[in-house]
Ligand binder design. Structure first.
Ligand code: GDD
Ligand code: MN
Length: 380
């Protein structure tokens, strides 16, 4: 054992005499100012003897997490901060962090101390012994959720785990974990195909690697999920819906992107809004049909815009002036889509008088058109 460590040290020696990191600890963060320094200290204790680098990937948190991390990196040469602007997203942050290192092993750990850093050496040993990925699991022997999850979240988590196992295609006790370690080489093999949307990076890695090349060999290491140290969880109902979108996308083998599926779900909800407003204006308020139809269409478009802005494109949400311009653009683009849909439907109907078929074809066509064009212009 001692010998291997010494050998590694020789291989890790840099020309400048420093030691090259053997392990990169990637810490996605959003408003985690009060957790970074203490996490770094805990990781340093846990990884005594292992040269590592500590990469905080921060989405320009308003609480100043990035400034603090940069302050710390002036004191410790193994701390780095990747600060992202105009982007939000846990999965994409993890991918950027892992992609930025030259260390032969990469790990992801939450900033809030919920993941037990003391199992990192065991995870590293598992990867060195040949595992393609070592997963910190709350649901194997020695693992538990302790006080880390409320009972509602625990139920939700169980259900999501079942959904996840279905797309991963095998039993992994904690595919929703955000705590794992793998050889960088293995990560880089799967990285170009990752979805990168949403909150569940591990699930993305497991499902994607099962499709591209060989499924990863997994070692699970139990740990007890702790309570969050400081700050607040970013888990929300939006993230739950995004998870469903991601799950559906994985079911189509990634052929339909999560954003398209969410866009389509939003579109369906917009149809309900349309019908409700039409009923309200035309039936209840007795406004003429054409005027009522215009009001209903506009209401549905405004509804769709705001829902897409917070749900489908939460990672690039438009705010302030950009949001107003985006709304106008969105209405203009969807109007074109609407007109195109009517003409497609009438053409189909002319040759094949089946109203349902023609209607669905028209709606699908406009959904694809609206999605592609608003993605290229509004939420680029
Ligand atoms: N850069 C970045 N951008 N980081 C983010 C974002 C984001 O948009 N959203 C969340 N994070 C960071 C948080 O700052 C934290 O370090 C970590 O991601 C997890 O976020 P939490 O808000 O603490 O999530 P959680 O505790 O509810 O769930 C976490 O733990 C579960 C168990 O492992 C997540 O990692 C889940 O995916 C995981 O299932
Ligand atoms: Mn947490």
């Amino acid at each position: 054992m001692v010998e291997t460590v010494q050998l590694d040290r020789v291989e890790n020696a840099r020309l400048d005499g420093e030691q090259a990191p053997e392990l990169a600890i990637v810490v996605p963060s959003f408003n985690e100012r009060d957790n970074i320094k203490s996490l770094y200290e805990k990781v340093t204790t846990a990884l005594a003897g292992v040269p590592f680098e500590f990469i905080v990937v921060d989405d320009n948190s308003p609480d100043g997490t990035a400034e603090l991390t940069k302050e710390l990196s002036r004191q410790h040469s193994n701390i780095r901060c990747i600060r992202r602007f105009g982007r939000r997203g846990l999965s994409s942050a993890c991918v950027e962090g892992m992609a930025s290192t030259a260390a032969p092993y990469v790990a992801v750990i939450d900033a809030d101390h919920q993941h037990d850093e003391r199992i990192l050496p065991e995870m590293l040993a598992a990867a060195k012994a040949g595992a393609d990925i070592a997963i910190g699991s709350r649901f194997v022997e020695d693992g538990s959720v302790g006080k880390g999850l409320s009972s509602t979240r625990l139920k939700g988590s169980e259900f999501a785990t079942r959904l996840a196992s279905f797309i991963v295609g095998r039993d992994i006790s904690d595919p929703m974990s955000g705590f794992f370690l793998m050889p960088r080489r293995k990560f880089e093999e799967v990285a170009p195909f990752l979805n990168r949307d949403g909150f569940k990076i591990l699930l993305d890695i497991l499902a994607t690697s099962a499709r591209h090349g060989a499924p990863l060999s997994v070692r699970e290491v139990g740990y007890s999920f702790r309570e969050r140290n400081a700050g607040e969880s970013k888990m929300s109902s939006i993230i739950v819906v995004q998870f469903l979108g991601l799950w559906l996308s994985q079911l189509t083998n990634g052929r339909l992107p999560m954003s398209f599926l969410l866009f389509a779900m939003v579109g369906i909800s917009g149809l309900l809004v349309h019908l409700a407003v039409l009923w309200l204006t035309n039936v209840v308020l007795a406004i003429g049909f054409v005027a009522a139809q215009i009001v209903a269409t506009l209401s549905a478009m405004v509804w769709n815009f705001f829902l897409n802005n917070t749900l489908t494109y939460a990672d690039r949400k438009l705010k302030g002036r950009k949001m107003v311009i985006g709304l106008i653009e969105f209405i203009a683009i969807c109007s074109v889509g609407g007109i195109a849909s009517v003409s497609v439907a009438s053409n189909i109907y002319a040759s094949e008088p089946q109203p349902l078929v023609a209607g669905v074809a028209g709606a699908l066509m406009s959904a694809v058109f609206n999605y592609c064009v608003t993605r290229a212009y509004t939420w680029k």
